[in-house]
Design a protein around this ligand. Structure first.
Ligand SMILES: Cc1cc2nc3c(=O)[nH]c(=O)nc-3n(C[C@H](O)[C@H](O)[C@H](O)COP(=O)(O)O)c2cc1C
Ligand code: SF4
Ligand code: SF4
Length: 254
C-alpha cells in the first residue's frame, strides 16, 4: 500500500498520513512532487491518491500526474481521497474517472471536510476553534473508514452519477476554466524580502528569485502553499490581500 498526495496547506497531508498509518503502520504516504513518487507508484498494487478539491475538480497537477503515468495505473487498486473546505459534489469522482480510463480498479472515494485553504478570500474563514472542531470530525471519519477498509468495505463518496451532476452544476460549469490550465495569476508584492522560502516550497518549481525578489512563472497549480507560508504575506492569487494564512499546523492541537 502506498499513499500519494498533493497538499498545499497541510490538510490532505494530515488526512492521508493518518489513514495510511491506521491501515498499515509500515506503509508510507509521499508527496506527488517527490522525485521517487513514480518509482514508488510502480512498486505498489494498492494506491491511496489524495488531493485538495479545487472548484469541484482535482488540481491540474494531479490530473497531469495521472495522465503522464497512465500505463502505471493498469490493474492497480486505487482509493481516491479528496479533502475540501465545504463542498465538491464529485471531488473523488474526478480522479476516479480518469484512473478508470487507464485501467485502474477504483475501489472507493472518500471526501473529508477540512479547514478552508484559500488565504486571500474572505469567504469560508472560520475561527481557530471552529477549524479545530472540523479537524476533530474529519479525524473521526478517517478512523471510522480505516476500520471498514480493513474489512474491505470502501466509502463511495463522490463516485455516483448524482455526485457528478452536483459537482458540474454547482461548480465546474461556472468555474471550469479556473482549473483547466496551470495559472499565471500569482502576484508578489513589494513586501517580498527574497528569503526564498516560497521557491523551496513550490511543488511545481514555479517560483524563482531575481534581483532579491520572487518571480512567478505560469505553472501554478493553485495549491496555496507559498501563499500560506510566506513570512511577509507577500503572495496572493485569487484575492488581492492575505486575509489570514491557512495551514493545518496552525489548527492542529499539539
Ligand atoms: C483554488 C482552490 C479552490 C478550492 N475549491 C474548493 C471547492 O470547490 N470546494 C471545497 O469544498 N473546497 C475548495 N477548496 C478548499 C480546499 O479543497 C480545502 O481547504 C483542502 O482541504 C485544502 O487541502 P490542502 O491543505 O491539502 O491543500 C479550494 C481551495 C483552493 C486553493
Ligand atoms: S516567502 Fe515571501 S518574502 Fe520570502 S521570497 Fe517568497 S514571497 Fe518573498
Ligand atoms: S506558486 Fe505557490 S500556489 Fe502556485 S503551485 Fe507553487 S506553491 Fe502552489
Amino acid at each position: 500500500m502506498l499513499g500519494i498526495y498533493l497538499s498545499g496547506t497541510g490538510n490532505t497531508k494530515h488526512c492521508i498520513e493518518k489513514l495510511i498509518h491506521l491501515l498499515d503502520e509500515t506503509a508510507q504516504a509521499i508527496p506527488i512532487e517527490r522525485e521517487d513518487a513514480v518509482n514508488e507508484l510502480s512498486k505498489h498494487d494498492f494506491i491511496i491518491l489524495a488531493y485538495p478539491v479545487q472548484f469541484s475538480n482535482a488540481p491540474i497537477m494531479v490530473r497531469d500526474f495521472i495522465k503522464q503515468h497512465s500505463v502505471l495505473w493498469k490493474e492497480k487498486k486505487v482509493l481516491c481521497v479528496a479533502t475540501m473546505g465545504l463542498f465538491s459534489g464529485d471531488g473523488a469522482g474526478c480522479s476516479s474517472r480518469l484512473l478508470k480510463k487507464y485501467g485502474a480498479k477504483v475501489v472507493g472515494g472518500l471526501h473529508i471536510h477540512m479547514p478552508d485553504s484559500v488565504c486571500d478570500v474572505k469567504l469560508l474563514k472560520k475561527s481557530i476553534e471552529k477549524n479545530q472542531e472540523i479537524i476533530k470530525v474529519a479525524d473521526k471519519k478517517i478512523e471510522k473508514w480505516a476500520e471498514k477498509i480493513k474489512c474491505s468495505k470502501y466509502p463511495k463518496d463522490g463516485l455516483y452519477f448524482y455526485n457528478r451532476v452536483a459537482g458540474f452544476i454547482c461548480q465546474r460549469f461556472w468555474c471550469y476554466r479556473k482549473t483547466k490550465d496551470y495559472s499565471d495569476k500569482l502576484k508578489i508584492n513589494h513586501n517580498c524580502t527574497g528569503c526564498g522560502l516560497c521557491v523551496r516550497l513550490c511543488p511545481m518549481e514555479n517560483l524563482g528569485l531575481q534581483n532579491g525578489r520572487t518571480t512567478a512563472g505560469n505553472r501554478c497549480t493553485m495549491c496555496y502553499r507559498c501563499i500560506s507560508s510566506c513570512p511577509k504575506q507577500a503572495i496572493t492569487l485569487l484575492g488581492n490581500a492575505v486575509i489570514e494564512q491557512c495551514r493545518y499546523d496552525r489548527y492542529a492541537k499539539k
